[in-house]
Design a binder for this molecule. Structure first.
Ligand code: ADP
Length: 267
């Protein structure tokens, strides 16, 4: 009887082990599928500009070089495609650094309103092309400046990506508002545009790499489809969350939090 018990317990252990290994295999398969899809997407994104460059150079070599107008036009197009390749490679580099442990966030106290204003100033020309106003406002009843404890470089990148999107997908002649709210130990940052909006079914997906609701529009503005994936990574690397509310034809609001800096740390 003792032997039976022993056999029983071994077989129980074995079946538990088989079950976990089944789960592990399913997980690995999922990761592998994701990796293949991801590589496929990367290859696809790189292909378009590379084929374009090849086409421009062929045209130039097939006689285009002699015509000064064609010459210039095709060289400019080549330059644009190379810019696109550089954007994609830079974004891929940022994502892979964020995903590996190579990235240590450099936490320091800084004024997030001042940083946002600086970035909005840098993007003013781009916004002007679409007659969009960028309004950066701290809540008037709160003590400014708004100091957070975060990685300034990466928070800057979040702001650049969100504001650039708000310009690209914003309504011509509209506006983007950035608001800051005091939430005890955190600061809530909201970027609100008056743009095309995002359909309900797309809302959870826009943070995925390479997901775009409108490929044409995205490519036209030099978008890589990685901007929001990077934003999400950065916010989550800070241990915080980002949410999106949106209504088609009305606009979108991206909200995320950052930890407040300890007043004693502010120099
Ligand atoms: P992209 O480089 O294409 O802009 P993102 O990752 O930044 O890539 O955004 C993914 C997709 O989400 C975009 O292609 C666009 O369809 C949608 N999107 C992002 N921001 C906005 C916005 N503010 N308003 C409407 N759609 C947006």
């Amino acid at each position: 009887e003792l032997k039976d018990k022993h056999v029983e317990s071994i077989s129980e252990e074995l079946s538990a082990w088989a079950e976990t290994s089944d789960m592990e295999i399913a997980r690995l398969k999922e990761t592998e599928k994701f990796r293949k899809e991801y590589l496929g997407n990367v290859a696809h994104e790189l292909k378009t500009p590379i084929f374009n460059i090849q086409g421009y150079i062929s045209t130039l070599l097939d006689g285009g070089l002699e015509d000064e107008l064609i010459n210039r036009k095709y060289l400019e197009r080549t330059e644009k495609s190379i810019d696109r390749l550089i954007n994609i490679v830079n974004d891929l580099d940022t994502i892979s650094k964020l995903e590996s442990d190579m990235t240590r966030l450099k936490m320091e106290p800084f004024d997030v309103v001042a940083l946002t204003k600086e970035i909005a100033d840098q993007l003013e020309m781009k916004a002007g092309e679409r007659h969009i106003k960028l309004l950066v406002k701290g809540a008037e009843d709160l003590p400014s400046p708004f100091w957070v404890l975060a990685d300034k470089h990466y928070v800057g990148q979040v702001m650049v990506n969100l504001l650039t999107n708000s310009i690209c997908y914003g309504r011509e002649g509209g506006q983007t508002r950035v608001r800051f709210r005091d939430m005890l130990d955190k600061i809530l940052i909201e970027v609100e545009d008056s743009g095309v909006g995002i359909a309900k079914e797309d809302i959870p997906r826009v943070f995925e790499r390479f997901y775009r609701t409108d490929k044409g529009r995205s490519r036209e503005h030099g978008g890589t489809g990685l901007g929001l994936a990077i934003v999400k990574h950065i916010v989550e690397a800070h241990g915080e969350h980002i949410t999106l509310r949106s209504e088609v034809g009305v606009g979108s609001t991206f909200s995320f939090t950052l930890k407040k800096a300890d007043p004693n740390e502010i120099k």
